[in-house]
Design a protein around this ligand. Structure first.
Ligand code: ARG
Length: 456
């Protein structure tokens, strides 16, 4: 127990259980030890610890880290409030009374703020790498499908033909924005809260610049009161995970639709699908469904912790301990989802023939035909109406753009000539798109080159 002095009775067992965060904050063990080592080195630099004492503390801390890694020591949640108390108690067991000097000038309030900052920073780097890996997979797939025509949708209604590469690259753009959010957050975590004490600093000459530097920060934080109760970066992290999950969830939704027998655009590998216990023919896209489902929980984590924060007076309040479950849950869920989605896409097969067959003769080139009329000087609204009439006529004649001839078009408007039929050719439709950012294979290729240069 870290605070027994004025207490006559032990904390009730149920109360300890209720208040302990050890089950979750054990995830902070490495950061806790990293922070304690820097603190011990600093205490020695200002002669509060002798060199020998600092050495003893530091090697004890390193040993705890190893013991935890190789599972020879485990922190008991029935005994300790949190990871900080568990580590300190183990240090006592290992090095005796000297352990009691480590907490000089430090509170668990600045300690936990530091641990969380270090943890979030590391997790941002890890997530950034996972995002890059997934972007690379999407790029590799895209480069195979520059000319693979697929239907593009709005309102989930057939809209205009696009290429599979163009579709996949839309996700590369989304992922880039996700990555930027984590980069921004990581770069913003440049100040160390260590040395803020419980809320009002210390009477001891703690060298905050030294600990900040040792821990890889640019400087110490500027206001101790704010430092011990700031959890904005956790909310930023939770928000970034939510947006990232939302993108993966949208892709999941498409995978689920595309893998139905009705659409049959994609075949997922057996390794990332599951069967039904009753219906032997079933192959279910459970991983995609779970990513979509877990997105709800990740959103909930932001709502849950922002609600915890909203009425907290300065400075530290124990409510803040409720940051742990949402933080770890969102991080682990998003990281796993990124990895699973990456593997699912890299092992999936696209049913190219089916795309092409599906597009044959549909009306998705109607806008191209209207643009042809615009080039003949017809106002777009008028052109829209004419093409609408063409579609209606063909539909009532049981025809489509594949089987239509010039007479069919001219029966609606005399302006159509031989060259207008060229608009109805699906295969060349992508090249006819000339705007930047369009599915024109040259533009898509340029974009792939751009991303390849950036990511590989
Ligand atoms: N487990 C606590 C938390 O995560 C550590 C800080 C405890 N501070 C205190 N004054 N009780 O917030």
């Amino acid at each position: 127990m870290l605070w027994g002095g004025r207490f006559k009775e032990m904390l009730d067992k149920k109360a300890l259980n209720f208040s302990s965060s050890l089950k979750y904050d054990i995830n902070l063990l490495h950061e806790d030890i990293e922070g304690s080592i820097a603190h011990a080195q600093m205490l020695s630099s200002i002669n509060i610890l002798t060199k020998g004492e600092a050495q003893k503390i530091i090697s004890g801390l390193k040993q705890i880290s190893e013991e935890w890694e190789n599972k020879s020591w485990q922190a008991d949640p029935d005994k300790f409030e949190d990871v900080h108390s568990a580590v300190e108690s183990r240090l006592y067991e290992l090095i005796g009374e000297t352990a009691g000097k480590l907490h000089t000038g430090r509170s668990r309030n600045d300690q936990v703020a530091l641990d969380l900052t270090l943890w979030v920073k590391k997790r941002c780097s890890l997530i950034i790498n996972l995002i890059i890996e997934f972007q690379k997979t999407l790029l590799e797939k895209s480069s195979l499908h520059l000319n693979t025509l697929i239907p593009g949708y709005t309102h989930l209604q057939r809209a205009q033909p696009i290429s599979l590469a163009f579709h996949l690259l839309a996700y590369v753009e989304m992922l880039e924005r996700d990555k930027t959010r984590f980069e921004f957050l990581k770069n913003n975590l440049s100040q160390s809260p260590l040395g803020s004490g419980a809320l009002a600093g210390s009477t001891l000459p703690l060298d905050r610049n030294l600990t900040a530097e040792k821990l890889g920060f640019d400087s110490p934080t500027g206001n101790s009161l704010d430092s011990v109760s700031n959890r904005d970066f956790i909310l930023d992290f939770l928000h970034s995970c939510s947006v990232g999950m939302m993108h993966l969830s949208r892709l999941s939704e498409e995978i689920i639709i595309w893998s139905t027998s009705e659409w049959n655009f994609i075949k997922l590998s057996d390794s990332y699908t599951t069967g039904s216990s009753l219906m032997p023919q079933k192959k279910n896209p459970d991983m995609a469904e779970l990513i979509r489902g877990k997105t709800g929980r990740v959103y909930g984590n932001y709502i849950s912790f922002s609600s915890t924060m909203k009425s907290l007076p300065l400075s530290y309040n124990r409510d803040l301990q409720e940051d742990k479950e949402p933080l770890f849950d969102s991080s682990f869920t998003y990281e796993d989802s990124l990895e699973i989605m990456n593997r699912m896409i890299s092992t999936a097969e696209f049913n190219i023939e089916r795309f092409t067959k599906e597009l044959q003769g549909d009306f998705s080139l109607s806008t191209d035909l209207a643009d042809w009329l615009v080039n003949k000087g017809i106002p777009f609204r008028e052109a829209h109406k004419i093409v609408g009439n063409v579609v209606a006529k063909l539909e009532s004649d049981g025809k489509n753009f594949n089987t239509a001839n010039l007479e069919d078009l001219r029966s609606v408007s005399e302006i159509f000539d031989e060259s207008s039929l060229k608009c109805l050719d699906m295969q060349s439709s992508l090249e006819k798109k000339i705007t930047l950012g369009s599915p024109n294979p040259q533009h898509v290729k340029d974009r792939i080159d751009f991303w390849t240069k950036k990511l590989f």
